[in-house]
Design a protein. Structure first.
Length: 192
């Protein structure tokens, strides 16, 4: 990463704009003094013509006034990519006849407003492990998994989905419109 006064390795940086994160956001997440995770999220329905993930990332490196300055002398050490579901979780996550439980991305247990899936998958995984253990030890029902993950997580997934849907509405316009909305949020509101 470039040694300049705009980069603080203790801050996560998020960037919004149709040129490098249509319908989502891009990020620089510090992993140490000279290392960071850099990436772009995109939403296919909001992609401008001719845009793809590679182009969005190239644009972040070259077009964004702050990010391009920070990333000027950076070296890519590895790459990874994937698809993140951003809808509501599946209604049915247990199939008794096959003894199948769906957890994490497989049933859309993702915080759709930010694309975060690891923490809720860990919570759901812990619930599933307990339910499976009880099923084999006491012959208890696997449907307890679905009841319990919904009790612990569903309201958060619904809230995140509403936020994502609102963001969809403001992100479909111009970058200046999105900036207008984003600039009206307090630090606490953004954190929440």
């Amino acid at each position: 990463l470039s040694k300049n006064d705009t980069y603080d390795p203790s801050n996560v940086m998020m960037f919004f704009g149709r040129s490098y994160s249509p319908g989502a956001y891009a990020w620089i997440i510090p992993k140490g003094k000279d290392t960071a995770n850099v990436g772009c999220g995109i939403r296919k329905p909001m992609l401008p013509k001719g845009m793809n993930l590679s182009k969005a990332l190239d644009n972040l490196f070259s077009l964004h006034p702050q990010a391009s300055n920070i990333l000027t002398d950076s070296k890519i050490e590895s790459t990874i990519g994937g698809v993140v579901p951003v809808g509501l979780p599946y209604e049915r996550t247990v199939d008794i006849s096959s003894g199948t439980l769906l957890i994490g991305d497989s049933c859309c247990q993702v915080v759709s407003s930010v694309g975060g899936g690891i923490p809720p998958a860990m919570v759901a995984g812990r619930i599933a492990a307990r339910v499976i253990y009880d099923h084999f030890l006491r012959n208890s029902s696997l449907t307890t998994y679905e009841i319990e993950w919904k009790r612990q997580l569903l309201s958060m997934f619904r809230r995140a989905y509403r936020i994502r849907r609102f963001f969809d509405k403001i992100a479909t316009g111009s970058d200046s419109r999105l900036s207008w909305y984003m600039n009206r949020l307090s630090s606490k509101e953004i954190y929440d």
